[in-house]
Design a protein around this ligand. Structure first.
Ligand SMILES: C[C@H](N)C(=O)N[C@@H](Cc1c[nH]cn1)C(=O)O
Ligand SMILES: [Zn+2]
Ligand SMILES: [Zn+2]
Length: 528
């Protein structure tokens, strides 16, 4: 991944950006009201908006077809992190390519990225293809690159899902769809296809040229995509004016947002290997050095129970918090109650909105995700696992340098393991990384998305950052030298990566209307 460090002297730019964001959020903080948007648009009658009524009605009319399109997508368990499911990821890529073809997209290319590098995969495992496609090549029109991912996080009913995660289930009464990937990111990916279909059904011109870039490794660090983007910057992507990514979520459940920042993510594993095989704890317990005990000790030194990272050198790399930033958090429409509702608990480390948001957007965090090779599940197996692999990741923020972070983390793990004086074998390594991204949200693309949000939802969006990561965002910005906009479809309580992942029907339909309106406003704007 390309390194992102705010250069010395850019403090002014950061300060300037944050005061503009504060001003915008104050200006935009009117509450969402429920008047009929279509009637209002009909009355406003601007040239750009003249087709909105028919477009929005067409999207409503095609709802059954759009649900069906999403259902077919959810049924393919395209889990990029599970090697055994790689054929399913590839199958989903070909399925989407077929859909693009039938919707009139051209120059469809399945870009192969070679085999997956260690340490995760067995050698020779092919990475899933990146799907490239075009809709329109009119030199008189602007060109928008739409990025999304067709892979999903793992899911199984045993994790506590109420329904089969790989079947789309619609709660008719609540108008909510459930299934792995509905909000992250199959719903938004299908949303773009549906927007094109709505235009075609109406015989309406799509007002910009579209370039599709859908990948199948986002949930596993977008391995291989950086190089493809660099290689295609002057080829397939040559005409791109702006990049739009729909792969995050509103902050809360009521107010739409546009997003101008992401945390990065560096993912690590520590492998501890001891006995030649898993052993009986009654026979060997107490007289053999246990890898799992070593692992628990090492993992326990990474972070404390209040979320403080205990690795030397990281805190010093965090960009200082500016005084003006405080007002920014005050103006964001969010509450501790919404946070608790989204987590399904009252286990927050903080009791106020500002601290919660700052620890999501502004500070790094370290999470421990799991242990490969260890006994898990019900029952009381009395085994001593012979080899265990602990997995953890660090969400990064400005100005954490990725390579330095890796050095500090691996050095810390090695030192902590050495203190144990264990005879077991130990290795700490990076699995994948992706840098943080923060941009200035005052450009034609954000302005078009803001107008689109107002036209559909009746409220101007909050400008937010995102605690999650989309590793490729910074690469698009740097390699294509273009702005990137994050235009989320789902809500903050959708349960992405969790059990019972959902997408409210109003967000699916409203999200598509917003996407459609965004393309029209962007096409009509004077700037690029
Ligand atoms: C925000 C996006 N929808 C997402 O879920 N991204 C993942 C990307 C990732 C990085 N490493 C592994 N996966 C995330 O934030 O976890
Ligand atoms: Zn995603
Ligand atoms: Zn995700």
């Amino acid at each position: 991944m390309l390194a992102r460090v705010i250069a010395k002297g850019s403090k002014f730019a950061t300060l300037h950006t944050s005061s503009r964001i504060i001003a915008a959020n104050i200006r935009l903080s009117t509450r969402f009201n429920s008047t009929n948007r279509i009637d209002k648009l009909r009355m406003s009658g601007s040239a750009v908006e003249k087709d909105f009524q028919s477009l929005f009605e067409k999207i409503e009319e095609l709802k059954p077809k759009f649900i069906d399109r999403l259902a077919k997508s959810i049924e393919i368990p395209a889990v990029s992190g599970d090697e055994t499911l790689r054929p399913q990821v590839v199958k989903k890529a070909h399925y989407i390519a077929g859909e693009l073809e039938s919707l009139g997209f051209s120059d469809i290319q399945m870009k192969e990225l070679g085999s997956q590098p260690p340490p995760v995969a067995d050698s020779g495992l092919q990475l899933p293809p990146v799907i490239l496609a075009r809709y329109g090549t009119d030199p008189a029109k602007k060109t928008v690159l739409l990025y999304g991912h067709y892979d999903v996080q793992p899911a199984s009913i045993e994790d506590g899902w109420n329904t089969d995660p790989f079947k789309l289930v619609l709660d008719e009464e609540k108008q909510i769809m459930y299934g792995r990937g509905v909000t992250d990111d199959s719903g938004p990916v299908k949303g773009w296809l549906n927007v094109v279909e709505a235009h075609r059904e109406l015989g309406l011109d799509v007002p910009v040229n579209l370039i599709i870039c859908f990948e199948g490794m986002e949930e596993s660090g977008s391995i291989g995509l950086d190089k493809l983007i660099a290689d295609e910057a002057d080829k397939y992507f040559k005409t791109v004016d702006t990049v739009c990514i729909s792969d995050n979520y509103w902050l809360g459940t009521k107010k739409p947002v546009l997003t101008y920042g992401l945390r990065g993510c560096n993912y690590y594993q520590v492998t501890i290997e001891g006995p030649g095989a898993d052993l009986h704890s009654g026979i060997f317990g107490g007289s053999i050095s246990e890898p799992m005990i070593d692992l628990v000790k090492v993992l326990g030194t990474l972070v404390d129970t209040k979320g403080n990272i205990l690795i030397d050198g990281i805190k010093e790399m965090i960009a200082p918090v500016l005084e003006t930033e405080a007002a920014l958090y005050d103006k964001i429409d969010y509450s501790v109650d919404e946070f608790n509702a989204a987590s399904g608990s009252k286990t927050s480390l903080y009791d106020n909105k500002k601290d919660i948001l700052m620890h999501r957007w502004r500070y790094p965090s370290l999470s421990i995700h799991g242990v490969e090779g260890a006994f898990h599940g019900a029952g009381a197996k009395t085994v001593i696992p012979s080899k265990v692999i602990g997995k953890f990741s660090i969400r990064t923020v400005p100005n954490i340098e990725s390579a330095k972070l890796d050095e500090y983390v691996i050095d810390h793990c090695n030192k902590e393991f050495a203190k144990l004086q264990s005879p077991n074998k130990f290795k700490a390594e990076l699995i994948h990384d992706g840098d943080y991204w923060v941009s200035d949200p005052f450009n034609a693309s954000f302005s078009a998305a803001s107008k689109a949000t107002k036209a559909v939802w009746g409220v101007e969006p909050d400008l937010t950052r995102e605690g999650g990561s989309i590793p490729i965002t910074l690469t698009f910005e740097q390699e294509l030298k273009s702005n990137v906009l994050l235009l989320p479809m789902g809500r903050g309580d959708d349960g992405a990566h969790s059990i019972n992942e959902k997408l409210d029907m109003s967000n699916y339909l409203g999200g598509m209307k917003t996407m459609a309106a965004y393309l029209h406003y962007y096409a009509a704007s004077d700037e690029k």
